[in-house]
Design a protein around this ligand. Structure first.
Ligand code: MG
Length: 203
């Protein structure tokens, strides 16, 4: 199983990062060891002093495919969930400065918390999904999938040009504006609509 993450898929987040809005999807990957299942504590890593949350809608691939045409992409997934793309922003800034890959800032242990619940795409309109992250009960990020620069289908078509997508692969579809630091003692909770999807503590 692999985890594919899309960068800068919301114009307001690209703007807050002072990054250009991309003309093609930008993606990077995390290993399966990045998964942190809902309810497990996250332990703040000692190699960063600026760890940021990025709450993202996640698509689960449930059929093997490569070179998938956009018009057929919706046949390759049937459920979505919510997760966090934890980012060591200080390490990422150093990588960016030197033009180096981002793995140390993005792919570390438990950097991909994810809900245990998946919602069938039949139960929602994927272009009209509202999601939210709260930090200690305060709303810090609100996203609406209508604001995605690249849709799930466009992302699948693009990524599958380069690699085969397999059953169980996860695609983190990018974060809206509002990213910020987490600290030990924080409680993070994610919602799709009014449904609580995950809740965990930073220790
Ligand atoms: Mg992200």
């Amino acid at each position: 199983m692999k985890i594919i993450c899309i960068g800068r898929n919301y114009a307001d987040h690209a703007k807050e990062m002072k990054a250009e809005v991309p003309t093609e999807p930008v993606f990077f990957m995390k290993p399966d060891t990045a998964i942190l299942k809902d309810g497990q504590d996250f332990y703040f890593p000692d190699f960063t002093s600026d760890l940021h949350y990025e709450c993202e809608l996640v698509i689960r691939i449930d059929k093997v495919g490569k070179n998938i045409a956009e018009k057929f992409a919706s046949k390759y997934y049937s459920s979505v969930t919510l997760g966090i793309d934890f980012t060591a922003r200080d390490l990422q800034a150093k990588c960016k400065e030197k033009g180096l890959p981002w793995e140390i800032a993005k792919a570390f242990e438990h950097s991909a918390p994810i809900s245990n619940k998946f919602i069938s795409v039949d139960q929602l309109n994927l272009s009209d999904v509202h999601f939210e992250l709260t930090q200690n009960g305060v709303s810090v990020q609100k996203g609406h999938t209508a604001d995605m620069i690249f849709t799930a289908d466009q992302i699948i078509a693009y990524v599958s040009k380069f690699m085969t997508l397999k059953t169980g692969d996860l695609i983190y579809t990018g974060t809206p504006a509002g990213v910020g630091p987490v600290k030990i003692g924080d409680r993070l909770e994610g919602y799709i609509g009014s449904e609580k999807m995950f809740s965990f503590s930073v220790k």
